[in-house]
Design a protein around this ligand. Structure first.
Ligand code: E4P
Length: 219
């Protein structure tokens, strides 16, 4: 299973890129707006930090023809770019055309199983169900991820299931168990998920016990 960072913050990405557990980054207009500065420069820098990872960059236009042209322009910013396009029927034709042209696509803002199925049928690389935003309106985000994993397996689609809009460690653990191919995670959630007070306490105790032995050099 892959872990993506859900951010456009360069210093955070730099910090995590070298750990070996990060397989990509998902940006969106909100993340880039928060990062400030020149989005093109930031995207290129992120792509260089994760040369072997996938970096999702979202279109910012509305008109399908302009979205098509923008998607093509975004895709050539770096070799490891995946273009994010919202799952709206007005873009289906454009999505099909871009898939036919071998552009890597991550279809975002997915809230129904049929939206996911439609995108698998078009052969996109990634589908992104938004868990947290579904939970926000009283629906079940994890149920959608589970149903999508089931659909992907039943019909043997190659599209990867990228669980997005994850807001808590519990949600992350649920998507790991649901069979998602990728979880894109905010850094605060990832930091919490990879640590535990008993790990810290255990390190301190082992160190204290070892030091009681009085051995200077080991081995
Ligand atoms: C990632 O691809 C999404 O843009 C992101 O996970 C959305 O998260 P949010 O619903 O917390 O804004």
């Amino acid at each position: 299973m892959k872990i993506f960072l859900d951010t456009a913050d360069i210093s955070t990405i730099k910090q995590w890129a070298h750990t070996g557990i990060i397989d990509g980054v998902t940006t969106n207009p909100t993340h880039l707006s928060k990062a400030g500065g020149d989005p093109k420069k930031i995207i290129k820098e992120i792509c260089e930090l994760l040369l072997h990872g996938s970096v999702s960059v979202e279109v910012t236009e509305l008109d399908p023809d302009i979205v098509y042209a923008q998607a093509k322009a975004i895709s050539v910013l770096a070799d490891n770019i995946t273009v994010k396009i919202p799952c709206h029927s007005r873009y289906f034709e454009v999505i099909k055309r871009l898939v036919d042209e071998d552009i890597s696509l991550n279809i975002t803002l997915i809230f129904t199983l049929t939206q996911g199925l439609a995108m698998c049928k078009l052969g996109v690389d990634y589908i992104s169900p938004f868990m947290g935003r579904l939970d926000d309106i009283g629906s079940s985000g994890i149920k959608l991820v589970q149903d999508m994993a089931n659909m992907r397996d039943t019909y043997s689609y190659n599209t990867e299931l990228l669980a997005a809009s994850i807001r808590s460690v519990d949600q992350l653990h649920e998507v790991i168990l649901a069979g998602a191919d990728i979880a894109t995670v905010p850094v605060a959630v990832l930091e919490k998920a990879v640590s535990h007070p008993l790990t810290d306490k255990g390190i301190e105790k082992f160190l204290a016990d070892w030091q009681a032995l009085g051995i200077r050099k080991f081995p």
